[in-house]
Ligand binder design. Structure first.
Ligand code: SF4
Length: 239
């Protein structure tokens, strides 16, 4: 099967299995940055709870900068790795303020995707996934954020080489997803939605079916497209 057809089939099957994600709503860029740092190595429930606590306790991010790291860590303990995350959030926001004169990432609007990624990656504690999340969810730029679920599932499906790193995977998977869209010359909005749906669909698949251990190949909707099938514990019994 060629790449274009494979991309189209995967997206269609994921949407059918898990439902189409809720419509895309852009988030405020610095909020997205903070939320994504909080989401590192924990689940959505814990990271969103920690984000809500920060929003409740600080009128704005300037107020957070006036608070010491230890106090911030206490507030975000739900999210785990609280000391590290508090340090990263504080350092990133402080650096943005130093560069921009205020805590705002609006300037990224006028930069290319490469320069925007470079800007975000140069902030202390901001990795490729966080940078990509800010660009996709806040600016609607076509960049695929790759988390551990997407990295694992994409390797098993043979969409990325086993040896590439997360940064390279972001590029390959963005290109892979957009091939599906080139069928009908999509608008920027449609392009962004393709990335968004693929991102959420693969994460859901990684959480529910193509798990790190005990993967459920026997009930997998992507079985026929997968190179890794049946290497887990469960084989499909009826074909
Ligand atoms: S067939 Fe198995 S390894 Fe392949 S995507 Fe499905 S669950 Fe993952």
């Amino acid at each position: 099967m060629n790449t274009k057809l494979k991309a189209r089939s995967i997206l269609k099957l994921l949407n059918k299995a898990y439902g189409r994600p809720k419509p895309f709503r852009r988030s405020e860029p610095t909020d997205e940055l903070v939320r994504t740092v909080l989401s590192q190595n924990t689940n959505d429930r814990n990271s969103l709870a920690a984000f809500a606590v920060l929003k409740k306790n600080f009128q704005d991010w300037d107020a957070l900068l006036k608070t010491n790291t230890h106090q911030i860590a206490r507030l975000i303990k739900h999210a785990g790795l609280a000391d590290i995350k508090a340090k990263r959030i504080r350092a990133a926001l402080k650096e943005i303020k130093r560069r921009e004169g205020r805590i705002s990432l609006r300037r990224l609007k006028s930069l290319s995707i490469e320069n925007s990624l470079g800007y975000l990656r140069s902030l202390n504690g901001v990795g490729p996934k966080t940078a990509a999340c800010v660009l996709l969810f806040s600016f609607g730029r076509p960049v695929m954020p790759v988390d551990t679920h997407i990295f694992r599932v994409a390797k098993r499906l043979g969409l990325i080489d086993k040896k590439i790193d997360i940064e390279e995977a972001q590029e390959v998977l963005t290109d892979f997803t957009l091939r599906r869209g080139r069928l009908r010359r999509p608008s920027p909005e449609k392009t962004m939605n393709l990335i968004y749906e693929f991102h959420l669909g693969i994460i859901e698949h990684g959480r529910r079916t193509c798990k790190a251990h005990n993967l459920l190949c026997g009930t997998c909707v992507l079985y026929d497209l997968c190179r890794f099938k049946d290497k887990g514990h469960y084989k499909r019994t009826t074909r």
